[in-house]
Design a protein around this ligand. Structure first.
Ligand code: 2AM
Ligand code: CA
Ligand code: CA
Ligand code: CA
Length: 263
């Protein structure tokens, strides 16, 4: 039998320890490199944090597998077994430019089913945490199931990129949506945007290209509060592939997919 409570407690301890190291790094010089393009940043702290988690997991749970953004984990072609999906710093651009609005994100899955989700807002010292079937919590306080939200009263997170002409979505679909909703926000960290939807700070989040480590923890949180996640055209998510995401409160999600995104 897998002792999920123990894994959970252990993982939370590691996340807090990594957070402390990241906060301490603010007074040191960062080494910044670019990856796929000049705006795709990675720092030594992203890499060191991922390596910290991997060495902890490998010594405590050698049979578990690890999928991490910075590539120090395993090369996985399936989600068989127990898999830790790790984004050591989600929101690296914010980390570099703002020293805030970034998070550690860890989702732990068993045979493709999300068991534990941890999103740690390092600077605010806020821990979002969920375990399958046991609810979602922010700093130990249970978050309620999401209440119905109307489109005209919704705050939706999306990046301005998607509302100007781009190659991933017909931006003409989004203009009426942006006009209709109460407000739009963009935080530049998918993990926190998922956590904000789960906690009701946002009502929905739309984005055109996320990777497994951006969403693995957030999906576990969202499910526990009755939120829904699909691709932007309302299709089922394949966690292992890069995908568009539209996530939010259930009624709002249904209405927006039907009236704006699928049309
Ligand atoms: P990151 O900071 O871990 O790279 C920014 O809008 C959000 O999208 C962040 O969560 C960021 O994660 C993620 N992101 C940035 N570049 C990405 C890319 N090329 N593919 C998928 N997600 C990306
Ligand atoms: Ca990145
Ligand atoms: Ca990320
Ligand atoms: Ca990252």
């Amino acid at each position: 039998m897998v002792n999920w409570n123990e894994i959970n407690e252990t993982a939370i301890g590691w996340v807090r320890e990594a957070g402390e190291t990241i906060r301490a790094s603010f007074s040191k010089t960062l080494s910044i490199e670019t990856k796929s393009n000049p705006n795709d940043l990675v720092t030594n702290i992203d890499q060191e944090t991922e390596q910290f988690f991997i060495s902890k997991i490998q010594s405590a749970y050698p049979e578990h597998k690890i999928l991490g953004e910075e590539g120090f984990g395993d090369k996985l072609s399936s989600l068989e077994g127990i898999v830790w999906i790790i984004d050591p710093i989600d929101g690296t651009m914010n980390f570099v430019h703002q020293q805030r609005n970034f998070a550690i994100s860890i989702g732990i899955y068993e045979n493709g089913v999300g068991k534990i989700g941890l999103i740690y807002d390092v600077v605010h010292d806020e821990l979002y945490h969920a375990a399958e079937g046991q609810g979602a919590y922010m700093d130990g306080v249970k978050m309620p199931v999401l209440d119905e939200v109307k489109v005209e009263e919704a705050i939706i997170a999306l990046n301005a990129t998607w509302v100007i002409e781009n190659r991933r979505i017909d931006h003409n679909k989004l203009i009426p949506l942006v006009k209709k909703v109460r407000g739009t926000r963009s935080y530049g960290t998918a993990a926190l945007e998922f956590a904000y939807v789960a906690s009701g700070r946002l009502d929905a989040y739309l984005t055109m290209r996320l990777a497994p480590w951006d969403v693995a923890a957030g999906l576990v949180l969202l499910k526990e509060v009755g939120g829904v996640a699909t691709t932007v055209d309302g299709k089922e998510i394949n966690l292992l592939e890069k995908s568009s995401y539209f996530v939010g409160e259930k009624n709002l999600h249904t209405a927006v997919v039907k009236d704006y995104l699928q049309s």
